[in-house]
Write a new protein. Structure first.
Length: 128
């Protein structure tokens, strides 16, 4: 598993598109798609925070569902770091921020590679 993480509009998606220019892959945009993970090729999962915001599953079940869905699959997660900056006043937004933080920690712990994109500049944080 690879994780690409960075702030909103920092170039994460463009980085992944360049990286996969000629590689067959399946792109899951969680803001419009259900979280359905095929197993026959490389999968890019983008905007998982949108799926988390919309799911009715409790946090523990949602995180478990995500982790089981990608088990033994070649996956690249594009994660938007929403844990920095101003803490939202809205309780649901604060809960989403916390859920993302806990999920991201688990994904990053399991990842073989982690790259942070900061205004278009990639920085390798982890590589096995």
């Amino acid at each position: 598993m690879r994780v690409i993480i960075g702030g909103a509009h920092n170039g994460k998606k463009a980085f992944v598109k360049r990286m996969l220019e000629n590689a067959p892959h399946y792109w899951v945009d969680c803001s419009v798609d259900e979280l359905e993970i095929p197993s026959d090729r490389l999968i890019v999962i983008d905007r998982i925070e949108q799926w988390l915001a919309q799911t009715e599953l409790p946090e523990v079940d949602a995180v478990e569902f995500i982790l089981k869905s990608v088990e033994d699959k070649e996956v690249i997660f594009i994660l938007t770091d929403i844990g920095r900056g101003i803490v939202p006043m809205d309780a649901r937004q604060r809960a989403l921020r916390d859920t993302c933080g806990r999920l991201y920690q688990k994904l990053i712990a399991q990842a073989d590679e982690v790259t942070r994109i900061w205004y278009g500049l990639p920085q390798t944080l982890k590589k096995n």
